[in-house]
Ligand binder design. Structure first.
Ligand SMILES: *Cc1c(COP(=O)(O)O)cnc(C)c1O
Length: 386
């Protein structure tokens, strides 16, 4: 019934898995036929505290019963509190709220272009991004995405993006030298590109190139942010500080919110009327995000790192596993079997995992109970070994 209606009326952009999720609790979710699953995907790194978390529901419903939307014509308390939290925990200066990762990146790109115009001249518009990156589905963020396969159906792409080879700092340097650039944008762990962490030295090198050529560093923390990598934001694993970072997915705990977080250099680049969003900073979403951020403390992050170690140690040498990559609870498994087959078999055995390129991707809740994590890992191991 759900399936038929969906295929008849919903645009065919999604190749859905053949189940309908209708409920859950923590890291267990269930479908409309009553089958239960350990959730190792969390709606693509969104439900960071699991499903139906009571404290989060209380925070969200309290705001919901006060006022559900104000528009940005008025001040709104949850927005101010969330922005303060984001800045205090990162040492950044200002925040722009939107509704998704792509929009958070759009704002980062617009800010970088305007900064380039003010500080370097109107022709300094080019943004260097990396091969195998993913920055979103709007035209500008698609253009920023360094994968031709996403571009080809929608030409012409907006101009002003050049692609350096990930983990090759010479390639970044030569693009910086040859183009009139304003920024370098990167994901410290390339998620959609196959869960590939950038090399430590490469990220340090990006910072050096940015300094040498007077470029902004933009960290796309849409997937890596909000505790996912075992630090509050992924760049913190590399001992660098970006000028701008964008985040979304896990920030709202399941509600749509994007944030573009601006450092000192760019804090006053955007002035009144230069950018905006009707829904951006929705108070219900912000109230959810305040609860999520307040819960991601050092204890939770330590838990993420421990669970990560457990997964790496169990799967790295497992039969049928070629390699394990990633950071924190953002993990890619290269399997001998076809990844889609592994995903289907895991699902039939009650474990939901997803895909990234040719890999099986794990994005469990940051607080997944060890018992459920162990159960999921045993199933994944068994499926890979067969
Ligand atoms: C998911 C993702 C995006 C796009 O986010 P949406 O909310 O789907 O627009 C951008 N960048 C990265 C790194 C992502 O993982």
């Amino acid at each position: 019934m759900i399936k038929e209606k969906d295929s008849k009326y919903i645009s065919g952009t999604y190749a859905r898995f053949p189940i309908a999720l209708v409920g859950g609790k923590g890291s267990l979710v269930w479908d409309d036929e009553g089958n239960k699953y350990v959730d190792m995907g969390t709606g693509i790194a969104v439900n960071g505290l699991g499903v139906a978390d009571e404290e989060w529901i209380a925070a969200v419903t309290a705001q919901l019963s006060k006022i559900q939307h104000t528009s940005n014509l008025y001040y709104s308390e949850p927005d101010a509190i969330l922005a303060e939290m984001l800045c205090e925990r990162t040492g950044m200066s200002k925040v722009f709220f939107s509704n998704s990762g792509a929009e958070a990146n759009e704002c980062a790109i617009k800010t970088a272009r305007k900064w380039g115009e003010i500080n370097k001249g109107g022709e300094y518009t080019t943004v260097i991004t990396l091969t195998d990156s993913f920055h979103g589905r709007t035209l500008a963020t698609l253009a920023a995405t360094g994968q031709d396969v996403f571009h080809k159906d929608f030409l012409p792409m907006p101009e002003g993006f050049v692609y350096a080879e990930a983990n090759n700092i010479e390639s970044v340097k030569s693009l910086a030298a040859q183009n009139k650039c304003c920024a370098i944008m990167f994901e410290c762990v390339q998620g959609e590109g196959g869960v590939r962490p950038l090399d430590y030295d490469f990220v340090k090198g990006l910072e050096a190139v940015a300094r040498e050529y007077n470029l902004l560093l933009i960290a796309d923390e849409v997937q890596t942010g909000n505790g996912r990598t075992g630090k509050l934001y992924g760049y913190m694993n590399y001992g660098i500080k970006p000028d701008i970072f964008s985040t979304a997915k896990g920030l709202g705990g399941g509600l749509p919110i994007g944030a573009t977080v601006l450092g000192e250099k760019v804090e006053s680049v955007l002035g009144a009327g230069m950018h905006g969003s009707t829904f951006g900073g929705n108070p219900v979403c912000c109230a959810g995000a305040v609860n999520v951020l307040s819960r991601i403390d050092e204890t939770m992050l330590e838990g993420v790192r421990e669970k990560s170690q457990y997964i790496f140690s169990e799967l790295s040498e497992a039969k049928g596993v070629k390699s394990v990559s990633g950071m924190g609870l953002m993990i890619g498994i290269e399997t001998e079997k076809d990844a889609s087959a592994v995903i289907a078999e895991c699902r039939e055995r009650g474990v939901l995992v997803i895909k990234a390129k040719n890999k099986v991707r794990l994005l469990p809740a940051l607080n997944i109970p060890d018992e459920l994590l162990h159960r999921a890992v045993e199933v994944i191991k068994a499926v890979c070994a067969e």
